[in-house]
Write a protein that binds this ligand. Structure first.
Ligand SMILES: Nc1ncnc2c1ncn2[C@@H]1O[C@H](COP(=O)(O)OP(=O)(O)OP(=O)(O)O)[C@@H](O)[C@H]1O
Length: 478
C-alpha cells in the first residue's frame, strides 16, 4: 500500500492528536521548563550530505556493534514479513510522546509484533520547516546513519513517509543528564560521577571527531541515559562534517631508561643499574579534524567557545571548550561564564576573563585539584593552546583527572549511583497509569475516526494544541 494512503491510519496520527505526555518521564518534563536552547545564526558549513531519495529505507548492517541486540532481530523479522522488505510506520505502535525539539517530536514506540522491542521515533514534519531547519534534518539523518558506538544512538530505520521524516533510534528511559543534575543535592554530582560521565562523553566525542564530525552542541541536556545508566549523546542537527586526514604525530614523552654498566665487553648480572629519565619522541596516531573550519555560530550560549562567539571561524576545538564547561557544570551546578543575560554571558566568554572557581565547601574533595587543572586547560581562550586541539582526545585522556580509567573497558564500568539515577522498574501502579492513558487515547481515536468520516483532518491544528500544551516555555535554542 502507498505510504501516503495508509499513513493517517497509523498510531502515529493517533498520537499527534494526544494531549498526554508522561509527566513523570524525566527528560520531557524537566527539559521543557529548563532546557537551554542552542543558537543558530547562520549555516554555511561545508556539508557533504547525500540527498534522501528512498521512500523508506531500513538501515541494516551485519557489522553494527549491536548486531546481536534483540531489537535488530525484531526489526529483521518485521521487515522479512513486509512485502517490500522495508520497515514502515505501520509496523510501529506509538506508546507515548517523549518530548518536542527544535525539529520535531519524539515518541516512545514499539514494534507491533514484538512489544519488548522499544525505540524512540523522531518524527519531523518537513513541510513545517524552513530550508535552514531542513538542512539540519538532513545533517542529523546523515550523521546518525554513520554512527556505530555504544555511547551514540543506533539508527535502526530511516523512514520517509509523505512529508514526514522518521528516525528510529534507541530509547533512553532514564532521562537526560541535565534533569539528573537538577535532582542532586546542590545541583552537583560527586566527583566520581563527574569522572564517569565525562569519560564516556570524551570517548563519544573522540569517535565523532575520528569520523570528522564536530558536535557543537555539548550540554547535559543532550546527554541521555540509557536503561543501563550509560550515556547516549543525542541531537546531531548542529554538527558539521570535515575531512579527517589521520596522521602520525610525534609526542615528547618522558621515559625511564635503564643502563647496565659493562666491563671489558662483559656484562654482569650484579653490576649497578642506573635509571635516568629521558625524553623520547613517540609516534602517535591522530584522527582528529584539526583543520575543520566553519563560520556558523551555533550552539548553546553558555557553552559557546570564544572563537564561536567572535565568528572568526572555528574547528574541533569548540567541542573541547564545551567539554571543559560541561565538567565545570557537573561539579558546580552552573557554568563558569554565565552572566545576567545571554549578552553578558557572550561578553564574558569573549573577554580575556579566565575561568574562576566557586568556593563551595562540599565541592573541595579529593581529586578537585586535578579537575580544576583539567578545566583550566580546556577553557583556554586561544584554541591553538587548548588541550585536545592539536592531538585530540588522547591528550585529555592522559590528564591526571582521568588517572586509573581503563579506557577500553569503560563501557563495562558500573554507572555511578546518584540520586534519581535509575528509573524504577514498572510496578502495578505504573501499568495502571498507562492503561488509563490508553483508554483516553482510544477515546481520542474514536473521536478522530468520527471526524475523519465527516471530512478531512487538520493535523496541524491538533499539533498546535499538543505542542502548546506540552511546551510550557522550554529553554530553547536562541
Ligand atoms: N532517544 C530518546 N530516548 C528518550 N527520549 C528522547 C530520545 N530522544 C529525544 N528524547 C526526548 O525528546 C525530546 C526532544 O528531542 P529532540 O532530539 O527532538 O530535541 P531536543 O533534544 O530538544 O533538541 P533540539 O531542539 O536542540 O533539536 C528531548 O528533550 C528528550 O526528552
Amino acid at each position: 500500500m502507498d505510504e501516503e494512503t495508509y499513513f493517517p491510519d497509523t498510531d502515529l496520527e493517533f498520537s499527534f492528536t494526544s494531549t498526554t505526555t508522561d509527566r513523570t518521564f524525566p527528560s520531557s518534563s524537566a527539559r521543557s521548563s529548563l532546557a537551554r536552547s542552542s543558537l543558530t545564526l547562520s549555516f554555511n558549513d561545508r556539508l557533504s550530505c547525500s540527498t534522501t531519495t528512498a521512500a523508506s529505507t531500513t538501515n541494516f548492517t551485519n557489522l553494527h556493534h549491536r548486531n546481536l541486540d534483540p531489537r535488530w532481530s525484531a526489526i529483521k523479522a518485521a521487515t522479512n514479513l513486509s512485502s517490500d522488505g522495508k520497515l514502515h510506520l505501520s509496523h510501529l505502535k506509538l506508546i507515548r510522546h517523549l518530548g518536542t525539539g527544535n525539529l520535531g517530536r519524539v515518541f516512545l514506540c514499539q514494534l507491533r509484533d514484538c512489544s519488548s522491542a522499544t525505540f524512540a521515533l523522531k518524527v519531523i514534519d518537513r513541510e513545517s520547516l524552513s530550508n535552514k531547519k531542513l538542512s539540519h534534518v538532513q545533517m542529523e539523518g546523515e550523521i546518525l546513519s554513520m554512527l556505530d558506538h555504544p555511547f551514540l544512538p543506533t539508527l535502526y530505520a530511516h523512514i520517509e513517509a509523505s512529508h514526514y521524516t522518521c528516525l528510529l533510534i534507541d530509547y533512553c528511559p532514564n532521562g537526560d543528564l541535565h534533569s539528573l543534575l537538577r535532582k542532586q543535592p546542590g545541583n552537583r554530582f560527586p566527583l566520581s560521577a563527574v569522572r564517569f560521565f565525562a569519560a564516556e562523553v570524551l570517548v563519544a566525542l573522540e569517535y565523532l571527531h575520528a569520523l570528522g564530525i564536530v558536535y557543537r552542541d555539548l550540554k547535559p541536556e543532550n546527554i541521555l541515559l540509557r536503561e543501563d545508566g550509560h550515556i547516549m549523546l543525542s541531537d546531531f542537527d548542529l554538527c558539521f562534517k570535515a575531512d579527517v586526514v589521520p596522521t602520525f604525530k610525534f609526542l615528547r614523552r618522558k621515559s625511564r631508561k635503564s643502563r647496565r654498566n659493562c666491563f671489558a665487553g662483559e656484562c654482569f648480572g650484579s653490576v649497578m643499574d642506573s635509571r635516568e629519565e629521558e625524553e623520547e619522541l613517540v609516534p602517535e596516531f591522530v584522527a582528529e579534524p584539526v583543520t575543520a573550519f566553519s563560520r556558523s555560530c551555533v550552539g548553546t550560549h553558555e557553552y559557546l567557545a570564544p572563537e564561536l562567539v567572535s565568528g572568526n571561524g572555528h574547528g574541533n576545538g569548540v567541542d573541547w571548550w564545551a567539554f571543559g564547561i560541561f565538567i565545570y557544570e557537573l561539579i558546580y551546578g552552573t557554568t563558569p561564564f554565565k552572566g545576567g543575560s545571554k549578552d553578558s554571558t557572550l561578553r564574558n566568554i569573549a573577554s580575556s576573563r579566565q575561568v574562576r572557581f566557586l568556593h563551595v565547601a562540599e565541592v573541595e574533595e579529593a581529586g578537585m585539584a586535578e579537575a580544576k587543572d583539567l578545566i583550566e586547560k580546556l577553557l583556554v581562550k586561544d584554541p591553538r593552546r587548548r588541550l585536545g586541539c592539536t592531538r585530540g582526545a588522547q591528550d585529555i585522556k592522559r590528564h591526571p583527572f582521568f588517572n586509573g580509567i581503563k579506557w577500553p573497558l569503560i563501557r563495562h564500568y558500573k554507572p555511578p549511583e546518584v540520586v534519581g539515577g535509575v528509573a524504577r522498574k514498572r510496578g502495578h501502579g505504573h501499568v495502571g497509569h498507562v492503561k488509563r492513558r490508553r483508554w483516553f487515547w482510544k477515546r481520542l481515536d474514536s473521536l478522530l475516526m468520527r471526524n475523519r468520516n465527516k471530512g478531512s483532518l487538520n493535523l496541524s491544528s491538533y499539533y498546535d494544541y499538543v505542542h502548546n500544551s506540552y511546551n510550557n516555555k522550554p529553554r530553547k535554542h536562541a
